[in-house]
Design a protein around this ligand. Structure first.
Ligand SMILES: Cc1cc2nc3c(=O)[nH]c(=O)nc-3n(C[C@H](O)[C@H](O)[C@H](O)COP(=O)(O)O)c2cc1C
Length: 168
């Protein structure tokens, strides 16, 4: 199997071989912050979700991510795996997370019915500031006050193929 330059996220410049990936790139590129709602499969990240993330790179760089997870033990192992993966894009992850139990936080028909105790973690996750989000980065760039924020650094790293090799 070979990979062409156009399919490598670092080299694609937002234009991928597959129009569906280009559309995905546009959607993610337009957003400053994310809530990853993740299940857990075999104590880890769901493969299809990971694949969707791996299709892109600069589009994620330096942005903020919060987590809602679900599973037998709240999906905590999946989130613990997401954190170092997303660090590779210099994403800023919020520590507080919502961890829903498949046994107690869902109705038999699958509707979400979270226990009261999740309100506090949801509030904490919402309230946590993402200081290096792209909007904060823009503000810092506008005022030209401090060193280049994480997002700018991340984009530069991910746009340069050789830099990618260096930071991998
Ligand atoms: C192959 C397989 C492995 C799974 N492994 C885990 C696991 O390790 N931990 C867990 O909490 N749930 C596990 N589950 C349960 C899933 O998290 C659960 O079915 C969840 O609702 C799947 O969400 P989804 O349908 O949105 O992908 C597993 C399910 C499958 C099919």
């Amino acid at each position: 199997m070979s990979t062409s330059a156009a399919t490598l996220p670092t080299m694609a410049g937002g234009h991928y071989d597959d129009a569906r990936v280009t559309a995905w790139s546009e959607r993610i590129g337009a957003v400053d912050a994310f809530v990853f709602i993740t299940a857990e499969y075999n104590h880890g990240i769901p493969g299809a979700f990971k694949n969707a993330v791996d299709l892109l790179a600069p589009e994620w760089a330096g942005k903020c991510v919060r987590f809602v997870s679900y599973g037998a033990v709240g999906g905590v192992r999946a989130v613990e795996q997401w954190r170092p993966v997303l660090a590779n894009f210099s994403m800023v992850d919020i520590r507080s997370q919502v961890t829903l139990s498949n046994f107690t936080d869902f109705e038999p028909d699958g509707a979400v019915s979270p226990a009261a105790r999740h309100s506090e973690s949801a509030r904490a996750a919402r309230g946590a500031r993402c200081r290096s989000s792209s909007s904060a980065a823009r503000l810092e760039t506008d005022t030209a006050s401090v060193a280049a924020p994480a997002r700018e650094q991340g984009v530069e790293q991910w746009q340069g193929g050789s830099d990618h090799q260096r930071i991998s």
